[in-house]
Ligand binder design. Structure first.
Ligand SMILES: Cc1cc2nc3c(=O)[nH]c(=O)nc-3n(C[C@H](O)[C@H](O)[C@H](O)COP(=O)(O)O)c2cc1C
Ligand SMILES: [Mn+2]
Length: 523
């Protein structure tokens, strides 16, 4: 049964022994982060990372308890999506995709909402819900929330697990994305939607329209995000004025929180994805002051707007790359109204050096997206985005190779897929390599390449968090073709066999192994 809200999810975590309540008073400034980081990096008996979810019941300076690390282990990620294995989610998606077969991946995804069965999962708007138990138009004070400062050099406190809701001015569709929010004062925050993300496109689309209406050069407005890259240039003030509605839900059921990080095509509402994941529709209520709908059972809802012509320095912020992301200009969110449940729970996370909570969310995305990637890249066998590769730095893929140059075709296909375009290094191996076994990958990849011949460079968009690229958001990427080279690819030397003992000798030793193992003291 789907979790209706954060509280049902908390109860489930507690029943599963996955939640620890902490009664000692702790400071949301740095202290909670240090505790959580230690818990994330502690290991269980099997040596796996990821301690329990934590509910800090006494956060200094606030009435509200703080929930953190709710997704911080593979087991909890499975509990959150109510499956025994993440492959089950992938399997459900695959079953859906097989219903009809339109041409491309995008066509298939686009038809998803049209499928009759999908109807069951569409969000429902209801007249009211628990998030309306308290409605505050005046005296809004974000400083009453137990918002964390995570790392010493962070620019301040950041809301780190917000579901940010915006509307596409063309299609009317809503997007839910997770974009951190730096608290500037009691009623304003930063809005860190990076340029390639869906809400940033909603914002630019409004700029385009505003520029059109006011007879200004649309190019100026459209390019504003790019012109301000790197934080070195302040916009010339030539931006069209106007407001864009934004709502933020904090503390939602786990399927919705997770869907806010899923790199879904812009045409598919995360509300529908969450409904699909939990197999029950999300219930929505209308906002009080803006034209948006929010999850009815959210713990806290912030309603407000960003001004089209206002950008402010955001960051630095200790990020999931293990480095601080540098300051840069981003829009400013102004709160107009706060609604919340009685005794609200503040849900948050920290990012920093891996492994942390986001690693398990990312791994779930990897598993769920594999069958979708296979639709456009059918030769794909498996993928691994190692946690220390911080998701956009390294993707290892195994393929069933059938023609010359295929590894390079696969790299280009990956660089053309949604957020996978950011991947800085793609390693392509043959299907016999287990990409989940990093030791095997290192052995095979480095043995099998002639670097100058097998490394392919390309230029394109890179992640905003990449601090090494030549320009913010734009840089080079590398693909390594570590497949066995064929003569049809110009490799005419003999390729050696891999070493393996013959069957006869193995059987011989197998039969003596009990005795030998005892003598050798090996199990
Ligand atoms: C904890 C966490 C924090 C994140 N913070 C940001 C952020 O500040 N800005 C951003 O653009 N993406 C951030 N992301 C990644 C986005 O949520 C992700 O790219 C998502 O797919 C964006 O949704 P969209 O495709 O609807 O734009 C974060 C992800 C996680 C898990
Ligand atoms: Mn989206």
């Amino acid at each position: 049964m789907a979790y209706d809200d954060l509280r049902e999810w908390l109860a489930a975590l507690e029943r599963a022994g996955e939640l620890k309540r902490i009664k000692t008073e702790v400071d949301p400034v740095l202290e909670i982060a240090e505790i959580t980081d230690r818990v994330s990096k502690s290991r269980d008996r099997q040596g796996n990372y990821g301690g329990p979810a934590l509910l800090f019941e006494r956060a200094k300076g606030s009435e509200m308890p703080v929930l953190i690390n709710q997704f911080g282990s593979e087991r909890r990620m499975r509990l959150a999506l109510e499956v025994d294995s993440l492959d089950q989610v992938a399997e459900r998606i695959r079953a859906f995709m097989d219903v009809k077969s339109p041409q491309g991946f995008i066509d298939k995804v686009k038809m998803l909402p049209m499928l009759a069965e999908m109807g069951k999962f569409f969000p429902k708007t209801v007249s009211t819900g628990p998030c309306k138990q308290n409605i505050r138009h005046d005296g809004v004070d974000l400083l009453q929330l137990p918002i964390l400062q995570c790392w010493p050099k962070d620019a301040g406190r950041f809301i780190t697990l917000p579901c940010v809701i915006t509307r596409d001015p063309n299609s009317g569709k809503r997007n839910v994305g997770m974009y951190r929010m730096q608290v500037y004062d009691s009623g304003t925050t930063g809005m860190h939607w990076q340029r390639q993300k869906v809400a940033a496109e909603h914002y630019r689309e409004r700029l385009r329209r505003g520029a059109g209406n006011q007879n200004r050069d649309p190019g100026v407005a459209v390019d504003v995000m790019a012109r301000t890259s790197g934080g070195s240039r302040i916009p010339s003030g030539n931006l069209p004025s106007g407001k864009m509605d934004v709502a933020v839900a904090i503390g939602t059921d786990p399927a919705l929180t997770f869907s806010a990080i899923v790199p879904a095509p812009p045409d598919i509402e995360e509300y529908l994805i969450a409904g699909f994941l939990r197999q029950r529709p999300i219930e929505l209520v209308k906002c009080e002051t803006v034209d948006l709908e929010v999850p009815a059972s959210a713990e806290i809802v912030l309603e407000g707007y960003v001004n089209l012509d206002e950008l402010r320095m955001e960051g630095p912020f200790g990020d999931h790359t293990g480095f601080y992301s540098l300051e840069d200009l981003y829009p400013v969110f102004h709160v107009t109204c706060v609604t919340h449940r009685n005794n609200p729970i503040y849900a948050t996370t920290i990012v920093g050096k891996p492994p942390q909570e986001d690693a398990y969310m990312g791994k779930a995305v990897e598993r769920i997206f594999l069958p979708l990637m296979k639709l456009t890249i059918p030769e794909l066998v498996d993928i691994n985005l190692p946690i220390e590769g911080v998701f956009h730095n390294l993707m290892i893929v195994s393929i069933r190779k059938s023609y010359p140059g295929q590894a390079r075709k696969v790299m280009n296909a990956i660089w053309s897929l949604g957020q996978a375009m950011f991947t800085k290094c793609i390693m392509v191996v043959d299907e016999d390599v287990d990409v989940q076994n990093l030791g095997e990958v290192v052995l095979k990849v480095l043995n099998n390449i002639d670097p100058e011949r097998d490394i392919q460079f390309t230029l394109g968009p890179v992640d905003s968090l990449d601090h090494a690229s030549r320009l913010p958001d734009f840089g080079s990427k590398m693909g390594i073709d570590a497949t066995r080279k064929w003569s049809t690819e110009g490799f005419t030397r003999p390729w050696p066999d891999e070493i393996a003992m013959d069957e006869k000798t193995r059987t011989l030793v197998d039969n003596k192994w009990k005795l030998l193992a005892r003598e050798l003291g090996i199990k």
